[in-house]
Design a protein around this ligand. Structure first.
Ligand code: URA
Length: 274
C-alpha cells in the first residue's frame, strides 16, 4: 500500500539563508531599481517612494516596467482639491470586484480581501489564503491565524484594532507559493490597501509578503530583524506563523522582531489598543 505524500508547504524553506545568495539578490534588485530609475529619467531620486494616496491603476503603473508611464506624485493642492481622492478600502474592494485577473479565480471559493480597522496604525501582511480562509473569506483564521492572533495580542493589540491582509487575495491550489503573474496582478491592490489605511508600521509575514512589499528577492532570514523603509512606510519582515508552528524554536526571533515594532510604535507616540 502506498502512502499519500505530504502537501508541500511553502514556508518550509523559509530559513534557508545563504549570505552569497542574499548578496546576489541584493545586487540583482539594485540593478533593476537603478535601471528603472534611469529609464524614467529619475536618476538620483530617493529609492523609497513616499506613500501617497494611490489608486489601484496608479499602483499597477508604478510597478510596471514601462517607466515612460510612471505617474508623477500628486501635489498637495491636487489632493486638497479632491482631484486625486485618497482611496478608501471600500473603493479598493469595489475595484477588485469579482476578480478574474488571474487563474486563481477559477479555483477559489471566496476572495479574501482583508480585515480589521480601516485606520489601523499597525498592519500585518501574509502570503495568501489557505483552505479555511478560502472557505470563510476571512484572513488568517486557520491554525496559523490562531498563532497570529496570539502574537498580536501579546503586542497589546487585537485583530479588531490592526489590519490583516495578504499578498494574494485568492488561495493557490494546495497552498503552493504565489506564482509571479498572480503576485503581480494582486500586488497593486495590496499597495492600494496600504494607501487607504496609511499604517505606521507593516509587519510582513514570511518571504513572499516581505519580498513583494520590498521589491526584492531575498530569504526571510536576511530581511527580518530590522526595519525597511518602502512605500513610505516602515516594514518589519518576520517569520510566517505557519513556519513558527513547525519551527517553534524560531518564535524567540519572531518575538524579538515584534518587540522592535512595539518599541518603534511607542517611540512615534502610537499606543497599543486592544
Ligand atoms: N492564512 C492567511 O490568510 N494567510 C497566510 O499567509 C496563511 C494563512
Amino acid at each position: 500500500m502506498t502512502s499519500t505524500p505530504p502537501t508541500p508547504d511553502p514556508h518550509d524553506a523559509e530559513d534557508a539563508w545563504d549570505p552569497r545568495e542574499e548578496l546576489l539578490a541584493l545586487v540583482g534588485s539594485l540593478r533593476v531599481a537603478v535601471e528603472r530609475q534611469a529609464r524614467a529619467g529619475r536618476w538620483g531620486a530617493p529609492a523609497t517612494a513616499t506613500l501617497r494616496p494611490v489608486a489601484v491603476a496608479d499602483a499597477r503603473r508604478e510597478l510596471s516596467d514601462e517607466p515612460a508611464r510612471l505617474p508623477e506624485p500628486p501635489d498637495e493642492a491636487e489632493l486638497e482639491d479632491g482631484a486625486r481622492p485618497r482611496p478608501t478600502l471600500a473603493s479598493v474592494r469595489a475595484e477588485l470586484g469579482d476578480c478574474q485577473r488571474c487563474k486563481l479565480a477559477a479555483t477559489r471559493t471566496k476572495l479574501v480581501f482583508g480585515a480589521g480597522a480601516e485606520d489601523a496604525a499597525l498592519m500585518f501582511v501574509g502570503e495568501a489564503p489557505g483552505a479555511e480562509e478560502d472557505r470563510t473569506g476571512e484572513p488568517f483564521v486557520g491554525r496559523a491565524g490562531e498563532l497570529l492572533d496570539k502574537m498580536i495580542e501579546a503586542m497589546g493589540w487585537s485583530r479588531r484594532t490592526v489590519y490583516i491582509a495578504n499578498l494574494l487575495k485568492c488561495r493557490p491550489p494546495n497552498n503552493r507559493d504565489p506564482a509571479p503573474d498572480e503576485a503581480s496582478e494582486c500586488r497593486p491592490f495590496l499597495v492600494a490597501q496600504l494607501g487607504a489605511i496609511a499604517p505606521r508600521i507593516v509587519v510582513a509575514l514570511g518571504r513572499p509578503a516581505a519580498n513583494a512589499l520590498l521589491g526584492m528577492d531575498a530569504p526571510i532570514g536576511a530581511l527580518r530583524g530590522k526595519f525597511h523603509e518602502r512605500l513610505g512606510v516602515k516594514i518589519m519582515p518576520t517569520f510566517h506563523p505557519a513556519y513558527l508552528l513547525r519551527e517553534p524554536g524560531r518564535k524567540r526571533d519572531a518575538w524579538s522582531d515584534l518587540k522592535l515594532v512595539m518599541a518603534e510604535l511607542e517611540r512615534i507616540g502610537v499606543h497599543a489598543r486592544a
